[in-house]
Ligand binder design. Structure first.
Ligand code: PLP
Length: 362
């Protein structure tokens, strides 16, 4: 269902329904859906219940539209984007294609959905994973490094890696790059460095405000033939909707060959979220950066390098529970309280969170 003009013109905040009195500052765990997203999901469920849905036009093709919307968000070409259910599925696909003996540089304490598939490749196929300090990623790349794989923005701290430095080091030593931008997009731009990034994954249920199960893998054109499309299925066959039985193997010619077969309703819900985010680029998304800076200043934290602000507290789990009692929803990660605003938050909520978290600061 296309968004109507009213929704696109409305101030972003007016399109959300967080619980009354709740300052929801946890987009890094899951982002809240805007009302048009909930309406799209409800419509899909109702028409499924009634048996009246045209599954191709109403559900399956929504994935094709989301492919294009995500490409626009990051500045990629539509034909470079594959549709996946998780970030780890994309990382696993790349890990499974690494030649034996490849050295992979990964930051210490990397999120498991990034490092586990690479460790599986180490166990199964002799890939060598070298863990290095997050702050030393760029200088740790050396001539024998085949791939550097990392979360551009770390989920436990919100720190964003110095992408320009890593790109320069990878270029110098001929290493490929696999970037998990789940906590970066749509706030931290990747556009400028996209031509240097071989593979980029992003799960949409956090800062992209999509249902869980909507993830993207961007495979740069010159890597399409380097990765076997192990998830091949009826919908990654060419032509789309034209291959249901038997061989030969005729897959779509572009990155759609890496698609999974879609969990339909999630993609119907994702479309309005992505359309809205595209419209919010500029003033509305900049306002979220302002909220994060306000949080960081109020909590005495360094200038944020993503919209996530994390601060050390004596007992993060206890603080998370107490803050929820006080109407502030955040998360305990790595001994820190993690706060992640989005377009639905207000300055008043930020100030309330500063006062509440301030009581727990270590
Ligand atoms: C950096 C990062 N990548 C990916 C994910 C989600 O992983 P997956 O898509 O495998 O569920 C998370 C979830 O917290 C994350 O922090």
């Amino acid at each position: 269902m296309p968004l109507n003009a009213v929704a696109l013109d409305a101030p972003a905040r007016s399109l959300f329904d967080p619980a009354p009195g709740l300052a929801y500052l946890d987009a890094a765990t899951y982002g809240l859906p805007p009302r048009p997203t909930v309406a799209a999901l409800e419509r899909a469920l109702r028409r499924w219940q009634a048996g009246t849905a045209d599954w191709v036009e109403e559900w399956d093709r929504e994935g094709e539209i989301c492919r294009d919307l995500f490409a626009q968000l990051i500045g990629a070409k539509t034909d470079e984007i594959a549709l996946l259910p998780t970030a780890s599925a994309g990382i696993g696909l790349v890990a499974a294609a690494l030649p034996e003996g490849t050295e992979v540089v990964v930051p210490e304490e990397e999120f498991t959905s990034v490092i586990f598939p690479l460790l599986v490749a180490e166990e199964a196929r002799g890939v060598r994973v070298r863990q290095v300090p997050f702050d030393a990623l760029a200088e740790s790349i050396r001539p024998e490094t085949g791939l550097v794989a990392f979360s551009l923005t770390r989920s436990q701290s919100g720190q964003t890696a110095p992408l320009g430095d890593i790109v320069a080091a990878a270029r110098e030593h001929g290493a490929q790059m696999l970037v998990d931008a789940t906590h970066s997009i749509p706030f931290v731009p990747v556009r400028e460095h996209l031509s240097a990034i071989d593979y980029l994954v992003c799960h949409g249920y956090k800062h992209l405000l999509c249902p869980r199960g909507v993830a993207f893998l961007r495979v740069r054109r010159d890597r399409w033939d380097d990765v076997p499309p192990w998830f091949a299925n009826w919908r990654s066959g060419a032509p789309l909707y034209g291959r249901s039985y038997g061989g030969p193997l005729t897959l779509r010619p572009d990155a759609a060959r890496f698609d999974v077969s879609l969990a339909w309703h999630a993609w119907a819900g994702a479309r309005p979220s992505l359309e809205l985010l595209l419209g919010w680029q500029g003033a509305e998304l900049d306002r979220v950066w302002d909220l994060s800076r306000r949080l960081a200043i109020g909590l005495g934290a360094p200038e944020p390098t993503s919209t996530i602000v994390s601060v050390a507290v004596a007992d993060a789990e206890a603080a998370e529970a107490a803050l929820l009692e006080a109407g502030v929803k955040c998360a305990a990660r790595g001994g820190m309280v993690r706060l992640a605003p989005h377009v639905y938050n207000t300055e008043e909520e930020i100030d309330r969170a500063i006062a509440a978290v301030g009581a727990f600061l270590a």
